[in-house]
Write a protein that binds this ligand. Structure first.
Ligand code: GRF
Length: 205
């Protein structure tokens, strides 16, 4: 049985989508929140999923004692120190096409900037905010007639569809990086492959 922790500070709509997706699958979910009585914890209770109020300062101790195959951030509003990130694999979802529109209110930032394409990003978590290598992205197009509310709704629909699938692929160890794949096609050694673009461009000189 795989062990998954889902951490959030607020509404928990992504948590709910993930919990429903894994309902009859071999994955044990624990919902964690740094905000006591937050809606995400209430949702967990209602869905009969293990939940816990976990103050931010207790993260190190908790993840030292409790091991998870993956820790999923879904609307978690604080930044983890490296010592905590070293204790498990952490991923995050962000409602823009990173590296554009980092930080808070990314949906509104993108809309007000007038971009015609934004979207969602799922990425590994590093200690600086909204960086970390990208695992998956999906675009959302903003046409002239779209309101901010409609755009926001569309972003959340995509988040709820994509996040559970990406989580499942990570748990099955089926996520890979195209760059690594290209490099491994010549084992990282260029030798007679000089000029071979199939090696991620590494063999050109
Ligand atoms: C999502 O839009 C996610 O991309 C961002 O925070 C929001 C969390 O929403 N990181 P919810 O708590 O899952 O409803």
């Amino acid at each position: 049985m795989k062990k998954l922790a889902i951490m959030g500070s607020g509404k928990g709509s992504n948590f709910e989508a993930i919990a429903k997706y894994f309902k009859d699958k071999e994955v044990e979910i624990t919902c964690l929140s740094d905000v006591e009585n937050s809606p995400i914890l209430k949702k967990a209770e209602k869905l009969n999923i293990k939940f816990k109020y976990l103050p931010f300062e207790n993260n190190f101790e908790y993840f030292t004692k409790n091991k998870f195959d993956l820790v999923v951030l879904a609307g978690y509003m604080k930044i983890f120190p490296e010592e905590v990130l070293n204790l498990a694999k952490f991923i995050n979802i962000h409602p823009s096409l990173l590296p554009s529109f980092k930080g808070k209110d990314a949906i509104k930032q993108a809309f007000l900037a007038g971009v015609k394409v934004s979207g969602i990003t799922i990425h590994w978590v590093e200690k600086s905010v909204d960086t970390g290598k990208i695992i998956a992205q999906y675009p959302v197009f903003i046409d002239n007639s779209m309101s901010l509310d409609e755009f926001e709704e569309e972003i959340h629909i995509i988040e709820h569809k994509l996040y559970p699938i990406v989580i499942e692929k990570i748990l099955e160890d089926k996520v890979f990086d195209f760059q690594d794949l290209m490099k491994s096609s010549c084992g990282g050694k260029c030798g007679s492959n000089k000029g071979n673009k199939g090696c991620g461009g590494n063999c050109e000189s």
